[in-house]
Write a protein that binds this ligand. Sequence first.
Ligand code: URA
Length: 188
Amino acid sequence: MNEKWNALKERCKACQACPLWETRTNVVFGDGNPDTDILFIGEGPGQQEDLTGRAFVGRAGQLLDKYLAAVDLDRTQIYIGNMVKCRPPQNRDPKPEETESCIGYLREQVRIIQPKIIVCLGRIAACRLIDPAFKVTRQHGEWIQKGDIRFMGTFHPAALLRNPGQKPAAYEDFLKIRAALDELAAFK
Ligand code: URA
């Protein structure tokens, strides 16, 4: 796994497939433990992520860490990446063509990690990976089986910072994630 993973990371770091490379400081390949059953996918790096090259290290990432801790998880047990690996200027949504030129890296990451569970953080990831019509407010917390992988869409932590009223619903989703991981462990 290591060799393929490192080769992919090096290729990604040198990527110039879409215009986002021109304004990036660092490529944010992803963080955590690639030897895991669970992959979290966000939207794209923000300012702190661009500056550090690490995924979810800004305010949204700190909130995410609290949700992980609330269900007894941490970054050593999960892998976390994004739909696009370079920061869209002013944190705008990634354009469909940027997502499409980047998605090959995510596909390779999934092929190598072979997760059993993928959690989409927010609309951009859920619409691309689960269903183009996905509505986070209505469908968050639902499991969708696709092939060997169970997908769930939940609130993006940045959205929770803007709408704290959604925090209890997000916590319920994380409890479901914990239960699904416990179920997997029981069958190992
Ligand atoms: N928001 C995201 O979607 N991804 C990050 O890495 C940070 C903030």
